[in-house]
Structures are given as structure tokens and as C-alpha cells.
Write a new protein. Structure first.
Length: 249
């Protein structure tokens, strides 16, 4: 998403901000080609009933409530259903950060001020001093969201969150027993593998290989076949833990 201008509505205070996406897509983009001539494949919208290609202007959206039965909506009807808060982040409450489980977080943005702003600096300091995160509601590209705003390294970090009905966590049913020796070995393995969180060292191995393969292909080099290494299967848990400790030492 490109940087967009918006504002934080904090009571009667309006704070201009700019959305800056934190995450960029690192995936390599491929096009689909006709194997015979290597020309791009284009997609056309085709109506099976009328046996013809349909223009964008001829399309409407429909919800199938029964097999083959639809209720339809025009773009104007859907626009009338959109939230009114399309251009602001409306603060509705402040909550302790530890009350928000991590699986609620979706996408994150850094909210910066387009120019020096006393209101922005004040709100940033409020987040820092209160040690609370602000809950806000807004719309991004016509989609309604609730989001969380927190202090982060001199900026405001905003994260959109999932709705409660989107969360699906199965009930815990695992009641398998384990021995003290198995627990001690597992904890020893955790200790042996313990380190600090260093995100710069976590590389996207697949994308790196794709990019190298593209360069090799351009240079006319063949792509070597990947050797498959089968992991030894150890059914006994204690033996598995002991071998894991030996391998990581």
C-alpha cells in the first residue's frame, strides 16, 4: 500500500498523520506464459450462460444464499453500506497492552506526522507515559478495521486487528503424560538452543534461492536438482531428545 494521508481523532483534537507500511512483500513475482510461444497469458471474464466475454461495466456482485440463487448489489449500494469514518482514526479507548493476545494482530504501519505537530508529539508522549495502547476504528481502502496504536521508537505504531469472529482456536484436548526425565531433557534442549531474537539473521531461504536461480537462468546456467535428505525416525521420546541434544551441542 502506498503512503496515504489521514488523521487521528483524539477527543476534539485532530492529528494529521501519514500511513507508512512496515512490511513490504518480498516474494518474487512471476507471470504466466504460453509454453509454446512464451507470450503473456491474460485473463478475461467470461459468462458461460451468454457465451461471451463480459466487460467490467457489466458486472455486479452477488451473494449465493441458496444453490443458484443470488441477491445482487451494485457498487452504489455497497458504497452506501461503508463506514463513515473513512479518513480518520477515531480513538475509542485505551487498554493495557498485555490484555491483547498476539494472534489478534494483522498488518502494521508507522504513523508519522507530515510536519512538526504539537498535537502529534503530545499524543506520542501520552502513549509512552501511560504505557497504554489506544484502540481506534477506521477504514482503509473501503474496508472497516479496528486497530491498536502504541509508542514505538519515537513513532506511533498502528496495527490492524482481526475481529473476534475471525479467531479460530481449537479447544485443548491433549492429555498425554510425560515423565520427569523427558521434561528435564526437553528443558535442557531449550537451554542449549537459547539465543536472543535477531531478525536480521532470519533470511528468506526460498526467495534467496529463487533470485539466484533467476540470475543463473539469465546466464544460461542449469538449475541443479535438490538432494532429498530423509530424517531418521526415532520413535522413543527420550532417545529423540538425547540425540537432539547431541546434534545441537
Amino acid at each position: 500500500m502506498a503512503n496515504i494521508n489521514s488523521a487521528i481523532s483524539f477527543g476534539l483534537v485532530n492529528i494529521p498523520i501519514v500511513y507508512n507500511p512496515v512490511i513490504k512483500n518480498n516474494d518474487t513475482s512471476f507471470n504466466q506464459l504460453h509454453k509454446k510461444c512464451l507470450h503473456r497469458i491474460h485473463y478475461q471474464k467470461y459468462c458461460e450462460h451468454c457465451k461471451k466475454i463480459v466487460k467490467e461495466s457489466e458486472l455486479i456482485k452477488g451473494y449465493e444464499y441458496e444453490k443458484g440463487e443470488y441477491v445482487t448489489f451494485t457498487k452504489e449500494e455497497l458504497a452506501n453500506l461503508q463506514s463513515e469514518s473513512t479518513d480518520t482514526l477515531e480513538i475509542i479507548s485505551f487498554v493495557p497492552e498485555h490484555e491483547v493476545d498476539p494472534f489478534y494482530y494483522e498488518k502494521s504501519y508507522i504513523l508519522t506526522s507530515p510536519k512538526k505537530s504539537k498535537a502529534y508529539s503530545l499524543f506520542l508522549e501520552v502513549l509512552k507515559k501511560s504505557k497504554k495502547i489506544a484502540v481506534a476504528k477506521t477504514s482503509i481502502h473501503s474496508k472497516f478495521y479496528y486497530c491498536l496504536l502504541r509508542y514505538y521508537q519515537g513513532n506511533i505504531l498502528m496495527s490492524t486487528i482481526y475481529f473476534e469472529e475471525e479467531i479460530n482456536i481449537p479447544e485443548a484436548v491433549n492429555e498425554a503424560k510425560f515423565t520427569k526425565k523427558e521434561l528435564d531433557l526437553a528443558i535442557k534442549l531449550v537451554t542449549q538452543l537459547s539465543d536472543h531474537f535477531k531478525p536480521e539473521s532470519y533470511q528468506d531461504e526460498y526467495q534467496n534461492q529463487i533470485k539466484k536461480a533467476i540470475e543463473d537462468k539469465i546466464d544460461g546456467k542449469p538449475i541443479p536438482k535438490k538432494a532429498v535428505h530423509k530424517k531418521a525416525s526415532v520413535k522413543d521420546l527420550i532417545t529423540s531428545l538425547q540425540k537432539s541434544l547431541e546434534a545441537s551441542s
